[in-house]
Design a protein around this ligand. Structure first.
Ligand code: ARG
Length: 576
């Protein structure tokens, strides 16, 4: 445990227990970075109120029992009762050295591995992925990568929309064009073309529409030949998804597909169970779940309809089957839904129903990681000029094209330029997404995303490339920069302290599914590095010991940046 914030919290806690009494052993002191010292602890004030004592007296008593001589050079009581804690330089240096010596940069594998089921990406089969799918895909992927890195068991569930009435017309269209026709090929390359062609026929050709409707009936009835055609359709679409995920370097594979159709066989049973338990009741011919506190206008209860009056099941029933399966069959400790914010009410009702049914009683937590929208320059949902929703791949390839312009004049051969442009363009779009709080909206603006200054992907990739070039000039392998690290200059101290906060940033990401917390950390680290680099000559350091220490600081900074960006799924090209 090298995160100074955690170390100090534990020490203050112990002092608190010793000074005021064991019953306060679990009191969590608020330790935060301070402009007056390295950190400031705030516990005396809240406590004093409860004890009816003067905050300064409580603070004095805590300090008298505070055993931090090995960690802190100075402890001061300031203001009404804050503790200002200044760390020892040799402690900072030793901790940073320990991080540097550790292959995992001090990020120990968790002692309490959880089973995390993560529902993310979830586009619709036989349709193009749209702008908003980038967010549910990228945020979910940063979360699963980070959780796995810390040793949790992650089960990815790509809840693709692979079932519904539109499959009748899609199957009929596939039959018409033939499964090895160029039209069928479109499913794997440009699924929208296939979908639109089917739709156009459905709207203009009555016999086709009738055939499609009969096909839906056979599909739902489990007709073997129809299911075979449906599977073919899904199969072709899979290769489209695979291609997008590969281009985006997203960890989802075919094995993670757990589409809506997977739950078909469970739907009737879910309805029965909820009815049997008295949670679902018949209302106007439909089977509904009414939940306390879910009311619409004029206080009218809003039902969750789980079986329509025609006997059909819907989106909600599928999600109920999914949550039951994830909790009871996959044994999830936590189910994370990386899904658009507009679905918040739907999910709250699903979660509440699951809770009432007892499915979460094994201690399963259901968490909606709500995702905001991607907006166009006008601040409205992104659309093309003709009013169509924008395809995800259009955005991505535009980013790559623009990145290629940025590096046009650097003298790279074609192949290298293409590789760097892909890393920079895709990295820029992904990073821009991840660095925004996941539930706020953002405007898709490639100029901002590709800027070489500020909290952007290219700025951070550039920071990494710059450190790499130092090692090239020093003719030294990064792994050979072993230190020892000493911390003297204020810029060295600030950089080292920043390096020690990596674990805390990942914990923050995991707790709230908040990749922007890790982004903010990485950006602050790159900033601390820039200040260090401007103030502390590395290759021209005054003596060999300082040079060795600074090279080690460069090396551990680089590894932290690369690892942090990799956990976000953002590549770091060798050169830029
Ligand atoms: N397929 C849906 C869409 O594209 C999202 C599904 C989200 N996951 C879920 N379990 N409801 O909007």
């Amino acid at each position: 445990m090298s995160d100074p914030q955690l170390v100090l919290a534990a020490r203050v806690q112990a002092a608190l227990a010793a000074a005021i009494g064991q019953e306060y052993a679990n009191e969590d002191p608020l330790i935060r970075p301070s402009q007056f010292a390295d950190f400031q602890a705030n516990v005396a004030m809240a406590l004093a109120k409860r004890l009816g004592r003067k905050p300064r007296d409580v603070a004095t008593e805590i300090v008298a029992h505070l055993d931090v001589a090995d960690v802190c050079a100075d402890v001061e009581i300031s203001g009404p009762g804050f503790l200002n804690l200044t760390l020892r330089e040799d402690w900072i240096a030793a901790q940073t050295q320990a991080v540097h010596n550790d292959e995992r940069l001090g990020l120990t594998v968790t002692e309490h591995p959880q089973t995390l089921v993560v529902d993310y990406s979830a586009p619709n089969i036989a349709k193009e992925m749209l702008a908003h799918h980038i967010r549910t895909t990228i945020v979910g992927d940063a979360f699963t990568r980070s959780a796995e890195f810390l040793g949790h068991k992650v089960i990815r569930q790509n809840h693709v929309g692979d079932w519904g009435t539109q499959f009748g017309m899609l199957i009929e269209h596939l039959l018409d064009v033939g499964d090895d026709s160029p039209e069928a090929e479109q499913l794997a390359t440009e699924p929208n073309l296939f979908y639109q062609a089917a739709r156009a026929k459905f709207d203009s050709d009555d016999t086709f529409a009738e055939r499609s409707r009969q096909r839906v009936v056979r599909l739902q009835g489990g007709d073997a030949e129809t299911l075979k055609l449906w599977r073919e359709l899904v199969e072709l679409s899979k290769s489209y998804l695979g291609r997008v995920y590969q281009r985006l370097d997203v960890t989802l594979t075919d094995d993670d597909l757990a589409g809506e159709s997977m739950y078909n066989d469970m739907l009737a049973d879910v309805c029965d169970e909820l009815e049997r338990k008295g949670i679902a009741t018949m209302s106007e011919g439909a089977l509904c779940v009414f939940l306390d506190g879910f009311t619409g206008r004029e206080g009218k209860p809003v039902p969750l309809i789980i079986r329509k009056s025609d006997g059909g099941y819907g989106y909600a029933t599928t999600d109920l089957a999914a949550i039951r399966y994830r909790a009871l069959t996959l044994h999830a400790d936590r189910i994370v839904y990386v899904i658009g914010a507009p679905q918040a009410l739907h999910l709250r009702m699903v979660f509440e129903t699951a809770r009432k049914a007892g499915w979460l009683e094994g201690g399963t937590e259901a968490f909606h990681a709500a995702i905001g929208s991607v907006l166009g320059p006008d601040g409205k949902l992104m659309r093309t000029r003709s009013g169509e929703p924008i395809k995800l791949m259009t955005l991505i390839e535009e980013g790559v094209e623009r990145a290629e312009k940025v590096i046009e004049d650097r003298g790279y051969d074609d192949q290298t330029r293409k590789e760097i442009a892909a890393a920079v363009g895709i990295g820029a779009v992904k990073y821009a997404d991840l660095s925004t709080a996941r539930d706020s909206d953002y405007i898709f603006d490639l100029d901002r995303m590709l800027a070489l200054q500020g909290n952007t992907g290219p700025y951070l990739q550039y920071a990494v490339a710059r450190i790499r070039s130092i090692f090239r000039r020093a003719e030294l392998n990064v792994t050979d920069a072993t230190g020892p690290i000493v911390v003297g200059d204020p810029a060295e101290r600030a950089l080292a302290l920043q390096l020690l906060g990596f674990g805390g940033a990942i914990d923050a990401l995991l707790a709230d599914v908040a990749p922007h917390r890790l982004c903010a950390y990485i950006y602050a680290l790159a900033d601390a590095y820039t200040t260090f680099y401007e103030n502390c000559p590395v290759l021209r350091a005054p003596d060999d010991a300082t040079r060795a220490s600074r090279l080690a600081l460069c090396a551990v900074t680089m590894r932290t940046l690369v690892t942090g960006l990799a956990l976000l799924g953002v590549p770091t090209p060798e050169r830029m």
